[in-house]
Each structure stands twice: as C-alpha cells, then as structure tokens.
Design a protein around this ligand. Structure first.
Ligand code: FAD
Length: 388
C-alpha cells in the first residue's frame, strides 16, 4: 500500500494549493479529482479557434493581497488585464457597475448633470454605494434614480441568476456589484489586476508538478475513501487513515443529504465560434426580463487574451437550478444564501466536525463565495494553521 500523509479531494484552487504546500514540505499527497482535468472552475483550454476558453465562465484575477500574488508568481508570470463589463439598459450598453458615465449615457445632459451632482454631494466621489443603501436615500431625486437602477440593473438580473428576489437573498449578493460614484469604468479597483500568461490550467500544472503529488483524475471520493460515521473514522484501502483528509466538495453529498439538499445555482454555456469581434468588451450583461433575454450575460474570451486571434469564441450564459441529474445545470456554482441553506449547512458542518482529521476547505465545502485570491489566501492560512 502506498503511504500518503494527506489525501485531498478536489483539484481546484483549494485542493491544489494545499497539495503544493504539503508536497513542498516533503509530504506524500494523493489528490483525487472527479473531473477529467485539474483547475476546478478556473480550468481553461485553447480551442480550435485559437481562443483560450474558460470552460466554466470567465475567470478574472484581481486582488489586493500581495502574499497571493507572490505565491502564484512562483508558478506563472502575469500580464496586465483590467476587466470591463457593459449592461443593456434601455437598448444601450452602459458601464456596469452603474457609474457616472452610465448616467451620462442614459439621460439628457441637464438631467444627467443634476443627478451626478446630487450623488457626489450625498456620497462623495469614488464611493461605492450598495443598491439597497441607495434605495433608502431620503433625497427624492436619488431615490428615484435608485429605483431606476434597481429595476434596470438588479431586479431581473437577480431573478434570472438566482430565482430569488434581491430582498430574499443575503446582502452579500447585491453588495458585490454596487453603484459607483465615479468615472472609473473598470469592474474591479484592486491593486493587482492581471491574468496568467499561459492560462490557469498551465499554472495549475506547475503548482502540482511535484514528485510528492499523485493525481488521480476521473476519481470520486467514494472510489477511494470510506467514511464510518458511527466511529468518525475515514478508511483508505480498507485501513483507517490517520493523516489529514482535505475535502473541497459538497458537504450534503458527503452525508447523503441527511439534512436535505443545499441549494446551488448552476450555469449552462452555449458556445459559439465566429470570425472577428462579437462585442466591444469581455462581458455584456443582459439585466432584462427573462422573456426578453433568457440568458444573463455573454462573454467573449479573446478580449481577455494578451495576443488576440482573429477568430472569436463566445459563451452565452444561462442560469439553472443545480441538479446533479440535469442535462444542463449539473455543476454546483454559487451557494444560494438564504436562511434555510445557511442553517442546513451549519448542521452538516457540525456533524463533520466529529472527524478530527477532516478539513473542509473551499467554496463548496465551506458553502461560501470565494474569489480566486481569497481561496488561495484561505488555503495558505489553513496550511500554516495545520503546520503549527
Ligand atoms: C462562473 C464563475 C465565475 C467566476 N469568476 C471569478 C472571477 O472572475 N474572479 C475570481 O477571483 N473568482 C471567480 N470565480 C470563483 C472561483 O471559481 C473560485 O474562487 C474557485 O473556483 C474556488 O476554488 P475551489 O477549489 O474552492 O472550488 P472548485 O474550483 O470548484 O474546485 C473543487 C473541485 O473539487 C472537485 N470535487 C468536488 N467533489 C468531489 C468529489 N466528491 N470527488 C472528487 N472531486 C470532487 C470538483 O470537481 C472541483 O474540481 C468564479 C466562479 C464562477 C462559478
């Protein structure tokens, strides 16, 4: 039997960064991944159009955490990339997050000047204001603008994306895209905004390129590990495994859904290849009612690339409720942050805490929205904690 110090389930950021750190400390790692590739949701590949396609939707790297940049820079070089998004409002594509330029593009000059002045007076320049806060403004003109933005940017987009109204969801959903009192039309304002030179998959290959790591693709947790829930033991090849098991998958699945299913939103991408350019920026949002556009956004990957090919590949993004048995929507993407799910997750977490060698890490196992930089940081911190 091969002796492993640690078994890691899932080869996304969480699992791969943990595997890398253990291996660098000369520990033997078994990394299992149910998909046929590493990289988790950040997986990308060069298609026959010469376009680096992000299989699971556009992944843009941005962070303020230098430690994360320094860590990843050991495995890739980066080129600068600043993400821009436009949203279709009253038949015009305007900057998203909604900002002072969006106002100029949607209202006549006199009205636009007045609204901009009121916003700046109330909140100050370069201020990000969550839409729910803007709607509470006592200034009637700002309130009217807030209702316009709410209707045109948030209401239908949220319903399409989540199948819940904005009020039913935790504020962390709407706060991610605030109204920006600024002319800065970049989607992110982080200090570091860049993309790995050869893509994410190549970066993952380097992160995992270590003789101490054995990777098994197309392998489910259940193929390798048996959980004895009565005695809180995990078995590997019929023997109790005493090393750490790092799990980055779904917790409800691990416990056979005994407290009910945790709700996730999923996506399905219609892929189209074309010649030339489809749109002016990487992502165009369609915050229109479902009846007008059943999809939420269109992403054109060549805009992200350092050297743009002539041909183009786009993804048209359709949200679905997650169901492992669906033909479309069978990958859990976003945890749905409503009260019932959060409470249900806590029950699973409590039950799994009985396994003293089991660590839950990552967006699925922690039922949490993590950006890439945040999960890298979480994995670096978790490893330090374990080591100590
Ligand atoms: C559409 C979309 C767009 C995004 N865009 C951005 C962005 O622009 N910028 C940004 O910073 N972040 C973005 N993110 C977030 C980013 O994808 C996450 O931060 C990152 O994927 C988290 O890594 P993870 O390892 O926790 O999860 P994952 O990447 O999902 O990795 C988990 C892995 O575990 C495997 N697994 C699960 N269960 C099992 C099992 N039972 N057996 C074996 N293997 C298993 C899965 O197949 C998967 O490969 C985006 C996310 C989505 C969904």
């Amino acid at each position: 039997m091969k002796i492993y110090d640690v078994i890691i389930v899932g080869a996304g950021f969480a699992g791969s960064v943990m595997a890398n750190q253990y291996a660098n400390d000369n520990k033997k790692v078994l990394l299992i991944e149910k998909k046929n590739h590493i990289g988790g949701n950040a997986y990308d590949y060069l298609d026959d159009n010469g376009v680096l396609v992000h299989e699971y939707g556009p992944h843009l790297f941005h962070t303020n955490i230098k430690e994360v940049v320094d860590y990843l820079s050991k495995y890739t070089s980066f080129y600068p990339y600043e993400h821009r998004v436009r949203g279709l409002i009253n038949n015009v594509f305007v900057p998203i997050p909604f900002n002072l330029s969006s106002i100029e593009e949607l209202f006549d000059k006199e009205k636009a000047d007045y609204l901009k002045e009121e916003l700046i007076k109330e909140y100050g320049m370069e201020k990000k204001v969550p839409i729910l806060e803007l709607r509470k403004s006592e200034n009637t003109d700002i309130k009217e603008l807030a209702e316009f933005i709410f209707e045109k940017v948030f209401k239908y987009y949220t319903m399409k994306q989540w199948d819940y109204s904005i009020e039913e969801l935790s504020n962390q959903v709407s706060d991610r895209v605030p109204v920006f009192v600024s002319y800065d039309d970049r989607y992110f304002q982080d200090t570091y905004q860049m993309m790995p030179k050869e893509g994410f998959t190549k970066m993952f290959e380097k992160i995992l390129d270590n003789p101490n790591i054995d990777i098994k693709l197309n392998t489910e947790l259940k193929d390798v590990l048996k959980f004895d829930f009565e005695n809180s033991k995990i078995y590997f090849e019929n023997e109790a495994f005493e090393g750490k098991v790092i799990y980055t998958g779904l917790v409800d699945e691990l416990l056979d859904y005994k407290y009910g299913k945790l709700e996730y939103r999923s996506l399905w991408f219609e892929k189209k290849q074309l010649d030339g350019e489809y749109q002016s920026v990487t992502t165009c949002n369609y915050p229109t009612p479902k009846e007008e556009h059943p999809f939420t956004r269109i992403s054109e990957y060549k805009h992200i690339m350092e050297n743009k090919p002539q041909a183009s590949t786009i993804h048209i993004e359709y949200p679905y409720a997650y169901d492992a048995n669906n033909e479309k929507g069978n990958i859990p993407y976003y945890p749905v942050f409503v009260k019932e799910n959060v409470e249900r997750y806590e029950k699973y977490k409590k039950e799994l805490a009985k396994f003293d060698n089991l660590i839950l890490l990552g967006r699925l196992a922690e039922f949490k929205y993590y950006n890439m930089d945040a999960i890298v940081k979480a994995a670096l911190d978790k490893y330090k904690e374990i080591k100590d």
